[in-house]
Ligand binder design. Structure first.
Ligand code: S3P
Length: 178
């Protein structure tokens, strides 16, 4: 079983994913990092040179590939949730946790890092709000979600560990026939 982190840019997927994997003694991977390795190019270059449509195809192929793994914490790009086939593949062997944050926090966390092509706009704050509105229903399909806006990393990881523990307890109960 994998643990899948979804959520908008700047919600903390990479930092949470790394810490969670260490804590649970699982492997960690990030679909965007793997795409950059495979393509030999940064995400913003892929968007610039080949377009978003190409990126989404590569992203779906990567999702199919990583879904076959086991015992991985997998951080996904913010747009992975938009395709139903991606979520279906990830869910087959994964528990999906969505990290959320309010638009002001997302703006603060993303404005220092200029490698997010979708926010490379004159008014990124407005774009963040638009995209969040458009994507909300997709992010809500997760099995569990944590608002990371005002929580320290340690507390976010603790909440996720707690929900995983409860889930495992209920699974072993059912397996035991009680
Ligand atoms: C995207 C999010 C990015 C990256 C790409 C598109 C999105 O990943 O996949 O720029 O559509 O939200 P992060 O969420 O890791 O920044």
């Amino acid at each position: 079983m994998n643990i899948i982190l979804t959520g908008f840019m700047g919600t903390g997927k990479s930092a949470v994913g790394r810490k969670l994997a260490k804590r649970l003694d699982m492997e960690y991977l990030d679909t965007d990092e793997l795409i950059e390795e495979r393509e030999g190019s940064k995400i913003y270059h892929i968007f610039e040179e080949k377009g978003e449509c190409y990126f989404r195809k590569v992203e779906s192929a990567m999702v199919r590939e990583v879904s076959r793994l086991d015992r991985y914490v997998i951080s996904t790009g913010g747009g992975v949730v938009l395709k139903d086939e991606n979520i279906k593949a990830l869910r087959r062997n994964g528990f999906i946790i969505c990290l959320t944050a309010n638009p002001e926090v997302i703006l603060k966390r993303t404005e220092r890092i200029l490698d997010r092509p979708l926010l490379n706009e004159p008014d990124p704050g407005k774009r963040i709000k638009e995209l969040l509105r458009m994507r909300q229903a997709y992010y809500e399909k997760a099995d569990f979600s944590v608002d990371t806006s005002n929580l320290p990393l340690e507390e976010i990881v603790r909440r996720i560990e707690e929900v995983l523990r409860k889930k495992n307890e209920s699974c072993s109960c059912r397996a035991g026939g009680t």
